[in-house]
Design a protein around this ligand. Sequence first.
Ligand code: G4P
Length: 291
Amino acid sequence: MSIQWFPGHMNVTKKAIAERIKDIDVVIELLDARLPGSSANPMLAEMTGHRRRLKVLNKQDMADIARTEAWLAHYNALPDTKAIGLDASEPRPAQRLLQACRELAPHRSSMTKPLRLMICGVPNVGKSTLMNTLAGRKAAKTGDEAGVTRIEQRINLADDVYLFDTPGMLWPKIIVDKAGYHLAASGAVGRNAYDEEEVALELINSLKGPYADRLVARFKLADPDTIPQRHDEELLEEIGRRRGAVMSGGRVNMQKASEVALNDFRDLSLGRITLETPEEFSAWLAAAEAI
Ligand code: G4P
């Protein structure tokens, strides 16, 4: 899928992060718990080198609990890395973040040697929401568009802990096709950058194996046992039919069917879902790198 990003803009961010990273002890990477692999920016690993990192699986209230556990275990097994789940209902996110970051960098814990954190995340992972909670105020929502200047925020989480916002917008970098589709399905990608039917078909493809029962329950699909084996197009068409997205002549309006599938995923009508497992994502990455 081709997504229209702004490489020039990304380069500005890259440069800004490279300058800031020199003074950072722990990089906090905010990920969408529904798509942890796809919402990670592979460029960040290059830019932040061997810095210790805290992976935050945000919006965990929308994700599959068992799969979140699997992702946390996967990340916690990596060197110099910790992972926690979080969501906007957390009453004191600062405490959870602080505890994990202090464990990652115990040598930075005084006024003369403050713990310096940087938070990064692609659009829509909930970074503004979290930053506003941490700052204890409603900061202006920064723009996602190219050319919108972002002002770097610094929040003192404690007397000896500084948290810096990403200097510049961290765009997703799509190296795995599936990741592009998952990002689009989650709402992280502007609507004019993708074809909804293409994204809905890939969403159905990711759901029909692990979440066939949810599709059946929600859309009253026929022949429940055959769902994982059926073609994505056929399933989307049936979803459209069940929802009355039928045009004159009896043909299914695939655009409407796509909107139904995407909206039902995004607003949790299909329940808590995680679109990928660590094993699946590693396999996609390996396949993309082999090309
Ligand atoms: P960003 O800065 O990373 O781009 O993300 P932002 O905080 O703007 O959040 C994107 C959307 O995700 C917002 O919804 C926000 O309310 C929602 N969100 C953030 N954190 C969580 C969370 O932990 N759980 C859930 N369920 N949702 C979360 P929106 O509909 O775009 O805007 P709004 O009208 O809700 O503010």
